[in-house]
Design a protein around this ligand. Sequence first.
Ligand code: 2U9
Length: 335
Amino acid sequence: MTITSISQIESELHLLQQEAKIAIAQVTTLAQLEQLRIDYLGKKGKLSQILREMGKLSPQDRPRIGALANEVKEGLQEQLERQRQDLQAAQIQAQLEAETLDVTMPGVGRPLGRIHPLNGTIDRVLDIFVGLGYKVATGPHVETDYYNFEALNTPADHPARDMQDTFYLPDGNLLRTHTSSVQIRYMETHEPPIRIVAPGRVYRRDTVDATHSAVFHQVELLAVDRGLTFNDLKGTIKEFIRQMFGAELPVRFRASYFPFTEPSAEVDVQWQGKWLEVMGCGMVDPNVLKAVGYDPEIYTGFAAGLGVERFAMVLHQIDDIRRLYNSDLRFLRQF
Ligand code: 2U9
């Protein structure tokens, strides 16, 4: 057995300490640093190798070497830790510098969209009715014959169907000709009193020209309660017109006909020196109330409808309905 002298181990430890110190001081990455830790202090590292020789020492000498080995180990651990912190700080600093934002650089212009005049008009109408206590209701565009016609007092042989001819699907369903079907669905699932306003797209088999479109938009309102009269209808419409046109304009009610209201009227407004027809309205026909299970002896209702395109054209002096659908930015940017 070779006798390992204590001084030999001591000098090996000092040598290791010197060598490791220099190596640690020179590393430039965290990965290299970790490799050094494994090389010197790891289980199979250089320090462990030297300590294995301690077994060959006499028991009296072991504590001295043990203490020295500990000192070397702790010193190196401290240096490793300091170096790790320095490298990490340098890495963060480098990253910060690489990612510096130049806040004085001009931005990329993203053009803002704007509200389409039809949606703007719908929003204004809904705001007014919501302010009067109405709730907004919507429903399907593909309807059954029942909800679009039958429940609205317009049976299959009714002449009024000709005025609202529409697009039929092969299964017998159709594209709704008005949003009144939404109100039927609402009444079927709610009890009076009700106040609703139903906006949406509707379809009619119309030939397109400057004032007609086969696809257009409506807003209809419906109120059902005990004791509602034609006077309530007139007051509601006058208040709506006042808010919509921003002035107390002369309003005229002209007798008319709709299958789902009785009596019925057209609403004309005097605007820029002319009488303009802007809405249809009436008291809900008792047959319509019966169809949804309301007792017409207890409840009465009023309803009115307006064409959104017509309102938008009047308010913005648009000469041709087709401008609202052409997506011509020169037109749309004016709103
Ligand atoms: C129910 C009962 C009655 C809604 C009404 C009108 C009169 C009307 C037109 C205006 C221009 C449609 O867009 S337009 O072509 N609407 O004239 N609408 S009364 O009456 C109802 C609605 C629902 C249950």
